[in-house]
Design a protein around this ligand. Sequence first.
Ligand SMILES: [Zn+2]
Length: 266
Amino acid sequence: MVKLFKKIKLFKKITLKIVILSIIVVSLLAISGLMTWQNWNNRQKISNLEEQINNIYKGNQQYIKDHPEFLGETPETPETVENPFSINGVIIADKKHPLPKDYNPGENPEAVEHLKELIAAGQKSNDKYASHLVSDYSGFRNYDYQMGVYNEYIAENGKQFADDFSARPGYSEHQTGLAFDLRVAGGTLYRGDDKAYDYYNDWVAQNAHNFGFIVRYRDQWQDSTGYKGEPWHLRYLGQALATEVFKSDKPLEDYLTISGGNYAKN
Ligand SMILES: [Zn+2]
């Protein structure tokens, strides 16, 4: 009887020890788990903050690049800029991004090949405008040539008109070798279905991306592109990007989230 009593006492002691030990172990596990979670949570917060700071920094860098006057610097000009501005491998020439005066790549052969395919397909289409396309087009223009074009526009129609429809030398997309003006029979520029240049339901506007081109300028995009609508002016981007930009229904500057619009200095 005494033996049994002793055994029960011993058993109770052991059980109590196990229970206390278990509580200690569970508590330790819980504390360390909580600490790990907090640590992870903090690291997550820090990396989110880092990303935000990084984005603000990148945004500022881009802003300063596009608005050098912000730092009291003069904007780049064709005479001062060393390299064409490019983003994600896309060369940009607009009123905020001049090309170096001596940038002279010539006509891009890949773009021309696809332009010829586009013209041939347009001619075969039943579109009442695109079917009149001719194989003659206006492509690469160097700095000096553009100087002549721009001055001719000024002489004929004044400076405002010249700046709306033509580029100052060094600012023309034609100097990239990737821009082309379509013509129709008689040698006039292709205008699609509208003399006011702001309807874009014609065959060229709807199909250019299949050949790697976008119709670069529309009247309603002038705040971004810097130019009034030009249904004849195509820019080569390659089929994948042209299709994305076309589907976005945005001007190229907005699609790439870069500054655009008018010249930095008038
Ligand atoms: Zn053009």
